[in-house]
Design a protein around this ligand. Structure first.
Ligand code: IFM
Length: 449
């Protein structure tokens, strides 16, 4: 009898605590959904000096690369990046498209494997080509924003363990310093690493990016090393040029519980969001990440780059192998990638990174939409949210649409189309989409103010 009473009391206490936890979370982490039909999404306001742009990454557009990704594509039988958009040979025409859209900022990445194809063997030609690109952009009145690592690096460095090994970081830092030496007389804004959490979770937890591992310990180690790499770079680059503007591009995916009544789903969502974002923002704020002190990380940002796409609805039973499947709320629309369009979350993501107290650059936002049916609304809704956030006083400098043109979408190959320009990969012909025209119109209207 005593035992039964005891069990009953424990059960009741657990239920009560669970209910309190759910109530607290529902209050602390609201998940707003707006009635878009009642909102005038055309009424947006941007400051006159707001920068309008687009973003790309080397491995996704340049073509003809041999690096960790091309090896992974081969070894996993994935669609090959191959010629990609042949941007390496067509960049002048592609920059013409930036001008055609009236853009004033362009984010692109440098391909380390071109510069140092073998350990210690440097090729100066590609660096000259990147330098020419920078000159060309500036001559068009477009601000170049350079990303030093956007998922790809030389195969030889991957073979040595890449970011999973702390002793490999000096190679990476040396490569970045070389690029910085060559371009920082003209490039003011730098992203050290693109989406470190996507890189570590896709490459080391889910195994869908190179090196294709599935290990929590390696993930945690890689996360710390990425933070170390960023911090070392920040210190080194700032010592070379104190007025350089150095940040990282942070993917903020929001995690919401599949069932808002379930304490378990809430616990999973909070834990994942902490690993995805909290640990990184905490690392910058406190100088510590995942239990380790990361030298130089405290305050190592002059701006935060925000890449925002969606929220994930999470619970206890989530597939981690094969095709990932995403849930959505009843009133949400799924994008071609499978995750929902959730523009309201853009404001939550902005609020989240605002805690860092540095200016914000929207380094990516866009949608996979081959038929261009969702993109116009996607664009308008996100710009409306952005305009509201600026109106509330958030210091947001720029918006870079992902992407300028369709390109190689990593493990998804060429099936996901994110471009303002549609690319025919047989002929390399680029065609401005309707949403591209819309973006051009918005940019034109808002630059006059
Ligand atoms: O294509 C990617 C990009 O490389 C990083 N951010 C998300 C984009 C769309 O999935």
């Amino acid at each position: 009898m005593h035992v039964l009473n005891g069990i009953l009391i424990v059960l009741m206490a657990t239920l009560a605590l669970g209910a309190l936890f759910v109530l607290y979370c529902r209050w602390r982490y609201p998940e707003p959904h707006l009635n878009w039909s009642e909102i005038d999404i055309e009424s947006i306001k941007f400051p006159a000096d707001f920068l309008w742009g687009a973003a790309t990454a080397a491995h996704q557009i340049e073509g003809g690369l041999h690096n960790n990704w091309s090896e992974f594509e081969d070894s996993r039988g994935l669609e090959r990046s191959g010629e990609a958009c042949d941007h390496w040979n067509r960049w002048q025409e592609d920059f013409e498209m930036l001008s055609e859209l009236g853009l004033t900022t362009y984010r692109f990445s440098i391909e380390w494997s071109r510069l140092e194809p073998e350990a210690g063997e440097w090729d100066s030609e590609p660096l000259q080509a990147y330098s020419d690109m920078v000159d060309n952009l500036i001559s068009r009145g477009i601000r170049p924003v350079v990303t030093l690592h956007h998922f790809s690096h030389p195969a030889w460095w991957e073979d040595r363990g890449g970011f999973a090994k702390k002793e490999n970081l000096p190679h990476f830092v040396a490569y970045c310093e070389r690029v910085f030496e060559a371009l920082s007389d003209r490039v003011e804004v730098w992203c050290t690493i693109n989406e470190p959490i996507v890189f570590s979770s896709m490459g080391y937890t889910l195994g869908q990016f190179p090196p294709g591992h599935r290990s929590i310990w390696q993930t945690l180690r890689t996360m710390r090393n990425l933070m170390r790499a960023h911090s070392e770079l920040y210190v080194s680059l700032k010592s070379r040029k104190p007025d350089a503007c150095i940040g990282m591009a942070k993917n903020v995916t929001l995690f919401d519980p599949l069932n808002r009544w379930s304490p378990v789903d809430w616990a999973v969502a909070r834990l994942l969001e902490w690993l995805w974002s909290g640990a990184w923002l905490g690392g910058i704020r406190t100088g510590r990440m995942l239990g380790s002190r990361i030298s130089g990380s405290k305050g190592s940002l002059d701006f935060i780059g925000l890449n925002y796409y969606t929220h994930f609805l999470t619970g206890l039973f989530m597939p981690t192998t094969g095709e990932l499947s995403f849930a959505k709320r009843e009133n949400e629309v799924l994008t071609e990638f499978g995750y929902p369009m959730y523009a309201e979350g853009f404001k939550r993501a902005i609020d989240l990174v605002s805690a860092l107290d540095v200016p914000i650059e929207i380094t990516e936002n866009g949608v996979a939409d081959s038929k261009d049916v969702l993109r116009p609304d996607h664009l308008r809704r996100h710009l409306w949210i952005l305009s509201e956030a600026i109106g509330e006083g958030h210091d947001i400098k720029s918006f870079h649409h992902w992407s300028l043109m369709d390109n190689f979408e990593w493990a998804e190959g060429y099936s996901m189309r994110f471009g303002l320009y549609e690319v025919d990969f047989e002929t390399q012909e680029r065609t401005l989409r309707k949403s591209g025209e819309l973006y051009r119109k918005i940019v034109k209207e808002h630059m006059k103010i």
